[in-house]
Design a protein around this ligand. Structure first.
Ligand code: C2E
Ligand code: MG
Ligand code: MG
Ligand code: MG
Length: 291
């Protein structure tokens, strides 16, 4: 009885009379609220071809629009989401949001893929490929417009299950991208194990390549290897004209980075595209397609 009284009064103080369980930590509650009460927002960063500058895709990057702290970057909260078991729900919401935006772009006649980052912990649900296929269908987006980017030691936990899921996603038509290539999180062995369509060279090698011969060598070798394996190559973190020129001269297919555009809300995309059409002409000698 006494215990009940204590708990009831704690409840009252905790939430001003709400019915929340007082044993849930404020942090857990905040994280839960972020996911389930739509405090997550998506920004999109363009991927462009290095030969023509044409837009080929966009990567959805999650942010937390925190009621007190403002816009938080994923490095601040993704590990906490994982720790609190919220990663599957986060991924599903990002996927739905990204596909809805993609659908809008397709309707405007843009031809581009949407890239969504998938966490290692998402690769434990055997039904994931079906869920992804169903979600794309519901959003009205062909599944081959969807690219899944895999960071982290994605095959570390349950290798066979992860591989099974990835292979079936690929068979359903989604493309797979190996993210942050060259860091400890993505290894050569992984290239052999899953059917990746794209290799994203980590930005440390992209930056380093202009200054450090060792990093340049690794960048070159990675790109050559990816090409031989039939993969598209993307350089992430292109920040300066020098980075662009060097990576383009190395034959890299695509680029992403602040030099082209930072991640931005979807409604900022049209203005960026207009601006980029002018810049890319100077950069590549290519003429923007009419219309
Ligand atoms: P990532 O997938 O490798 O994404 C690239 C990160 O580099 C993004 O940071 C992007 O804003 C940033 N970036 C892009 N261009 C430049 C540049 O020129 N210079 C510099 N310095 N940075 C650049 P962001 O948005 O903070 O995301 C960090 C990481 O969080 C992502 O790395 C990704 O691994 C993870 N992440 C983001 N959104 C999601 C998501 O929805 N789900 C999952 N599971 N992970 C996500
Ligand atoms: Mg990524
Ligand atoms: Mg990356
Ligand atoms: Mg990264």
């Amino acid at each position: 009885e006494q215990l009940r009284e204590v708990l009831d009064s704690a409840k009252g103080q905790d939430t001003g009379g709400g019915d929340d369980d007082p044993r849930i930590s404020p942090q857990a509650e905040a994280l839960w609220q972020a996911v389930y009460e739509d405090e997550l927002v998506l920004h999109f960063q363009p991927k462009v071809r290095m030969d023509t500058g044409a837009l080929v895709g966009a990567e959805a990057l999650v942010r937390w629009d925190h009621p007190c702290h403002g816009l938080l970057m994923p490095d601040r909260f993704l590990d906490l989401m994982e720790a609190h078991g919220l990663m599957d729900e986060l991924t599903m919401r990002v996927l739905r949001g990204a596909l809805a935006t993609c659908r809008g772009w397709l309707e405007q006649g843009l031809d581009l893929h949407m890239a969504v980052n998938i966490s290692a912990t998402n690769l434990h649900v055997l039904g994931l490929p079906d869920v992804v296929q169903h979600t794309a269908r519901e959003a009205g987006v062909p599944i081959n417009c969807l690219c899944l980017e895999l960071t982290e030691r994605m095959l570390a936990r349950d290798r066979l299950l992860s591989l099974d899921i990835l292979t079936r996603l690929r068979l359903k038509g989604a493309s797979l991208s190996i993210d942050d290539f060259g860091t400890g999180h993505s290894s050569l062995a992984q290239l052999l194990q899953a059917p990746f369509d794209e290799l994203k060279l980590d930005r440390s090698f992209v930056h380093g390549a202009t200054r450090d011969p060792a990093r340049l060598a690794i960048a070159e070798a990675s790109l050559r290897m990816a090409r031989k394996l039939g993969m598209q190559t993307t350089a992430e973190g292109i920040e300066r004209a020098e980075d662009w020129q060097l990576l383009r001269d190395m034959g890299c297919d695509r680029a992403q980075g602040h030099f082209i555009a930072p991640a931005m809300p979807a409604d900022a995309f049209p203005a960026w595209m207009e601006d980029w059409d002018r810049r890319r002409e100077a950069l590549t000698g290519a003429h923007p397609e009419p219309g």
